[in-house]
Design a protein around this ligand. Structure first.
Ligand code: G3I
Length: 428
């Protein structure tokens, strides 16, 4: 085998052809995941196969099946058929399961929201709901959204049956304590939208984490839902700054319900490119934040999304269009992940007879790492490369793209730096 061919095979161009969860894991995240729409999953085989593809989605979360109205529509009567769809899917494919959501004002049956309660009776209702539902899924959920959307759009505490009955925020530590007792293995999250803007609502969520901690109750994570707008998404650094306000408190973070919608449809082609940039900023912010564990998109395809039903005339917010074709945003996400991904270890058998070596720079990394590749006796590779990582990128390595600061020249076995997309130029 010619030495160039061997090096090329050792440095396989996985970064460009690989898919989202594979890339995310190589980039250091636990998962790249998606919400599972129970109706679509059961009726649309194209949808179901894509959601089952663990190279693309390493995590699932039920879009509706584990909510209170699905699991305890009638007091004391628990139904798990819809939630079990996601749990079974995760188990069958070995996907991470996020579980959503326990204490939330929405999709809450009338018997709870319209009931007349005291602190004691509502605590008993919460205890019964949390212990039954978390008990049913015990040991299966990587994380539970224990409290969802407790802060209003104006940054004040949201008036709900929980806040109002407790006459304040006392229900928050109660919920987290009940959750820990019900399933000690699950990470316990607070989950909300518009935390991304680092405004009053974000301040209040920081206060929430602090007050739960001050009460001695457990809280392990904060979910940034990420329901965002094309051309209205904060920059990568501003998003990272918002995430890091929470990781500074000792909790992990994740984007839990990401979609970035066009506010007017049909949108021009340029808006789809902007949408790609916005997605790259969100995923990039997670990559830039130690203790940001993953990114979950709130749906697989524009064919099925909650958005048009809530925001008429808006949408096209996901990574696949209604025909299951990857959009520009998919390419942006894969590229920003690839730029942070490292290839699996490349080493030969220890029994092989080494007769030459070359220092190469692992491809698809923003900060190229020197790796020594040992070449077997069947190959004569006489030179030892001493390329300068600041100046030279090797075959299949990244050589340009927005935000990239590594080597931009290609060599030694490379023809040119080829533009794959705005975010990823590659030595080919
Ligand atoms: O299940 C009924 C069905 O029986 C009935 O025939 C049909 C008629 O409209 O409605 C079905 O219920 C719908 C349900 O989704 C399941 O499809 C509800 O009308 C509909 O309002 C509900 O919307 C969900 C919404 O939460 C409710 O708040 C969306 O699918 C879901 O994507 C959305 O998800 C939320 C997250 O949980 C929390 N963060 C915000 C996010 C987006 O709103």
């Amino acid at each position: 085998m010619h030495s160039k061919t061997l090096l090329a095979s050792l440095l396989a161009p996985a970064a460009v052809s690989a898919v989202l969860n594979d890339l995310a894991v190589r980039a250091g995240l636990k998962y790249f995941g998606a919400a599972l729409g129970e109706g679509a999953f059961q009726s649309d085989s194209t949808y179901a196969s894509l959601l089952r593809d663990t190279a693309e989605f390493g995590q699932v979360v039920p879009e509706n099946g584990m909510k209170w109205e699905s699991t305890e529509r009638t007091q004391g009567v628990f139904t798990y058929g819809s939630g079990d769809v996601s749990a079974k899917q995760a188990q069958q494919s070995g996907q991470v399961l996020r579980c959503h959501a326990l204490v939330w004002h929405s999709q809450l049956p009338n018997w709870v929201s319209g009931g007349t309660w005291t602190v004691e009776t509502l605590t008993a209702v919460m205890e019964s709901h949390i212990s039954n539902v978390m008990g049913h899924y015990k040991g299966q959920c990587y994380a539970w959204d224990v409290v969802n959307e407790a802060v209003g759009d104006d940054g004040n505490w949201r008036s709900t049956v929980f806040l109002d009955t407790f006459n304040g925020t006392g229900y928050l530590p109660v919920a987290f304590n009940l959750a820990r007792a019900a399933d000690p293995s699950a990470k316990l999250y607070y989950n909300d939208y518009n935390l991304e803007y680092n405004g009053d609502k974000t301040d209040r969520a920081v206060e929430l984490v602090k007050l739960v901690q001050a009460a001695g109750a457990p809280i392990d994570g904060v979910g940034f839902q990420g329901h965002l707008l094309v051309a209205g998404t904060p920059s990568r650094s501003n998003l990272a700054a918002a995430l890091q306000r929470f990781t500074a408190l000792g909790v992990e973070v994740a984007f839990t319900e990401l979609d970035i919608r066009h506010t007017s449809l049909p949108a021009p082609a340029s808006a789809y490119a902007t949408q790609g940039d916005d997605y790259a900023n969100v995923v990039g912010a997670c990559l830039d934040t130690p203790n940001c564990v993953g990114v979950t998109v709130w749906g697989v395809t524009d064919k099925y999304s909650w958005i048009p039903g809530t925001f008429e005339g808006q949408g096209d917010a996901l990574l696949y269009d209604a025909n299951f074709t990857r959009k520009a945003a998919w390419t942006s996400v894969s590229s920003v992940l690839a730029a942070s991904a490292t290839l699996p270890p490349t080493s030969t058998s220890s029994s092989a007879q080494a007769c030459g070596s070359s220092t190469v720079y692992v491809t698809a990394t923003a900060t190229a790492q020197p790796v020594t590749v040992t070449v077997t006796a069947t190959v004569t590779l006489s030179q030892t490369a001493t390329t300068d990582p600041a100046a030279i990128q090797t075959l299949y390595g990244q050589c340009g793209g927005r935000g990239y600061t590594g080597p931009s020249q290609c060599g030694p076995y490379t023809a040119a730096c080829k533009v794959q997309n705005d975010w990823y130029h590659q030595c080919m």
